[in-house]
Design a binder for this molecule. Structure first.
Ligand SMILES: Cc1cc2nc3c(=O)[nH]c(=O)nc-3n(C[C@H](O)[C@H](O)[C@H](O)COP(=O)(O)O)c2cc1C
Length: 127
């Protein structure tokens, strides 16, 4: 399957509710993922999950953000057409000022080749 590589200045953002339902995705994220904003909003964020990603990575992500802490790590995502792309993601817990509800936001940038290789090697040990 085809690998898509982020551009140096790509910055992929998405926001979810406390259950991981997508509330917002910016243009860079929609473009890489291959979905329109309408196709993304309202879906579980595992819409973009790639089967190569170990469950343990997402367990760690959710444990961290549900504890109110910031998680960062490398994620291989699946595009709508079956292709894939690696990102370095930072996921923030936040409380919406108006509704007072907990929400989460992920900001992603391009990882280097070396970063991808070491994440890949690490994830293989988690299987
Ligand atoms: C703000 C936020 C961003 C997320 N971004 C991704 C992502 O880019 N790719 C991904 O596979 N999972 C992402 N997740 C995790 C998914 O919610 C989900 O836990 C993961 O895809 C594994 O699917 P599963 O929980 O059904 O096993 C994100 C979660 C949150 C809260």
């Amino acid at each position: 399957m085809q690998e898509y590589t982020l551009k140096n200045d790509d910055f992929l953002v998405s926001q979810t509710d406390e259950k991981g339902i997508i509330l917002f995705a910016n243009d860079d994220f929609c473009k890489l993922a291959g979905y329109t904003i309408e196709e993304m909003v309202g879906k579980q964020h595992n819409l973009v999950r790639h089967p190569d990603m170990p469950k343990a990575a997402f367990k760690d992500l959710w444990n961290t953000i549900q504890a109110g802490k910031v998680w960062d790590g490398y994620i291989k995502n699946k595009a709508k057409d079956g292709g894939y792309y690696w990102v370095y993601a930072t996921v923030y817990p936040m409380v919406d000022a108006v509704s007072k509800k907990t929400m989460y936001m992920s900001c992603r940038r391009k990882p280097s080749k070396e970063e991808i290789e070491s994440a890949q090697a690490h994830y293989k040990t988690l299987r």
